[in-house]
Write a protein that binds this ligand. Structure first.
Ligand SMILES: NC(=O)c1ccc[n+]([C@@H]2O[C@H](COP(=O)([O-])OP(=O)(O)OC[C@H]3O[C@@H](n4cnc5c(N)ncnc54)[C@H](OP(=O)(O)O)[C@@H]3O)[C@@H](O)[C@H]2O)c1
Length: 282
């Protein structure tokens, strides 16, 4: 059995490969990465490294692959859509046995702007006739804990989410679920909606961060426009500032608050709560 993981030099793909190496010999693993120089550690462990960039379809080589874990790319929507279509087409051309794709919760019905790219890729995969599993990942805890230490230092948690809640999950739990699906049968045609164990609000997040750090962390509520302007001020590219502002607006109206049972079922335990991620970050 050969399992190929794309995006293996990224955060999610790296953890997926880590969990795969717990389950299968390195000789059964292949990674497709843009920069092979970032995957020398994996090569040393016996993982086959292929260079491949979704934006240059001629570089994609998925031959000899039974299970393809296609990790969604990042970048502006038009580029991601074209690149991910090219990756699906390369998988079909290579005759891969099945495709596991990291999508987003409720991809085909979600009002989230970023869902359009995922819905497009899901449709491409469905239309290909290749057996598939959609791993519809909810928001990562780490999206919200990565900047917490800085917020604590500055004495305010800036947010445009209002009282909205998000049922985020630990990125490592989601990567573990992907590795389990990649190494077990019975997932063809499955669409897994993967969230954390409970929905939390930013008020709660600030409270947890305050308890963990020992410094009260008040919320600083801002509008969507103010939030986006702040991100642009930090030097984020326009598409990313828009994407993050749209996610926050969707959290505010409840798009991402539903808790789903699939992640717990796949990993065989309660998913990691936000408190654990906050403690790890601070
Ligand atoms: N659920 C969430 O909260 C959430 C949050 C952020 C992102 N995401 C999505 O989930 C994916 C994985 O998350 P992550 O945290 O691992 O993100 P990440 O650390 O930014 O990793 C993204 C990976 O995709 C690779 N990649 C990007 N464009 C590519 C292209 N054109 N061709 C081939 N590979 C490409 C990157 O390659 P390099 O290593 O060469 O850069 C990297 O390995 C992201 O790409 C994004 O689609 C989800």
């Amino acid at each position: 059995m050969t399992i190929l993981v794309t995006g293996a030099t990224g955060h999610f793909g790296g953890r997926a490969v880590h969990h795969l190496l717990d389950r299968v010999p390195a000789s059964e693993l292949v990674v497709s990465v843009r920069d092979a120089g970032k995957a020398t550690g994996l090569a040393t462990r016996g993982v086959t490294v292929r260079q491949g960039d979704f934006d240059r379809p001629e570089t994609l080589d998925f031959h000899g692959v039974d299970t393809l874990l296609l990790v969604s790319a990042n970048g502006p929507d038009a580029e991601r859509t074209a690149g991910q279509r090219a990756a699906v087409d390369a998988a079909v051309e290579a005759g891969v046995g099945r495709i596991l794709y990291t999508s987003v919760t409720d991809a085909t019905t979600s009002p989230l702007g970023l869902a359009k790219v995922h819905a497009d890729t899901e449709e491409r995969i469905r239309a290909s006739g290749v057996p598939f599993t959609f791993l519809r990942n909810g928001m990562y805890h780490e999206n919200y804990t990565a900047g917490l230490a800085q917020s604590v230092e500055h004495g305010a948690l800036v947010t445009s989410t209002g009282t909205g809640q998000v049922a985020s999950a630990s990125r490592d739990d989601l990567a573990l679920a992907a590795a389990i699906v990649a190494t077990t049968d019975g997932h063809d045609g499955a669409v897994y909606e993967l969230t954390g164990p409970r929905a939390w609000s930013f008020d709660e997040l600030a409270g947890i961060a305050g308890q963990v750090s020992g410094k009260p962390l008040p919320l600083a509520a801002v509008t969507d426009d103010e939030f986006k302007a702040g991100l642009l001020g930090f030097g984020l590219p326009g598409f990313l500032a828009e994407l993050l502002t749209d996610i926050n607006a969707n959290i505010r109206v409840g798009t991402l608050r539903e808790v789903r049972p699939d992640l717990a079922k796949l990993i065989g335990r309660e998913p990691t709560p936000i408190e654990t991620a906050v403690r790890a970050a601070l």
